[in-house]
Write a protein that binds this ligand. Sequence first.
Ligand SMILES: NC(=O)c1ccc[n+]([C@@H]2O[C@H](COP(=O)([O-])OP(=O)(O)OC[C@H]3O[C@@H](n4cnc5c(N)ncnc54)[C@H](O)[C@@H]3O)[C@@H](O)[C@H]2O)c1
Length: 331
Amino acid sequence: MSANDIQILLNNLQDISFSGKRILVTGGAGFLGSWMCETILAKNGAVVCVDNLSSGRPSNIEEFSRSSRFSLVNYDISQPLEVDGPLDYVMHLASRASPLEFDQYPLEILKSNTLGTMNALEVARKFQTPFLFTSTSEIYGDPSITPTPETDRGNVNTIGIRGCYDEAKRAGEAICMAFHREYGIDVRIARIFNTYGPRMRNDGYYGRVVPRFIDQALNGRPITIFGDGLQTRSFCYVTDQIEGLIRLAFTPGLTGKPVNIGNPREITILDLAKRIYELTRSESALEYQELPEDDPRRRCPDITRAKKMLNWEPKVDLDTGLCKMIRHVSG
Ligand SMILES: NC(=O)c1ccc[n+]([C@@H]2O[C@H](COP(=O)([O-])OP(=O)(O)OC[C@H]3O[C@@H](n4cnc5c(N)ncnc54)[C@H](O)[C@@H]3O)[C@@H](O)[C@H]2O)c1
């Protein structure tokens, strides 16, 4: 299914070696986590995947789970974790991430990103490994500047429906810095902007926008636009995201320096719906729904730091990525 994309990742990451390395990936059965695991395995590394399969799916890891270099530990990372060594890196991706889940599982999300981050960091401390934290553009809330640079301090509604996710990620970053300051752990903080691609769950009505629109368009159901559709997002294809995360994890000199990883091409949600409408030759109607609370008006990363420090920028344009995703969804 993803052989071509994995080959693209192998080509793009020729300068980074995983041979002989054993990496702990929390959330490895999720969308981004499964791509991370598959890439590490394809580059001859070994993976210990810790996942409680809450928002992840066994089918995400099916293709590579038989590898002798892969093991799955079905475990909730918000509980203290014991794993056998040796380990060379800890990557903490475990957290529900869909806005639907902010409403349904606020405590679980808070725990995964606070207690879970501490527990994963304790493993990094035990084995003296570097640590990658997958933070989010949501830490900026309603930012003061767009495109948003890492220096923006953010403007988040702590008591709003999104607070459990946004504030948990902000606390997660602070916990990383505390482990760095007290124990000298080499912490890498990725601020991920909207990413899409195969294996992304479609959570139905309130699910993440790209799989939801594609599903609605392909099945002739109305494409649901929240608000006037003039809010913007910037969509990064998964191979670009995984390359950016791996470069951030392994480029020297980035300890404790957050880096935005995303695609700076900003598009309104209405224009995204129209692109998907055209690419799928859909006959679906557009249906306008109420805007959810605190929905960010604009989301666009300033990726100057990533370009300069990681020598990275996204390569996959929106139409190419959407076509890949449409082919994947339509089987
Ligand atoms: N996809 C994006 O656009 C995006 C944007 C910003 C940040 N992120 C972050 O990247 C990470 C991965 O996101 P994703 O899109 O792959 O989400 P996902 O829901 O597909 O994957 C998350 C994985 O973590 C697992 N998990 C959740 N809570 C857990 C717990 N307590 N213990 C063990 N496993 C647990 C789930 O079962 C799932 O497999 C998350 O931390 C998310 O916040 C993603």
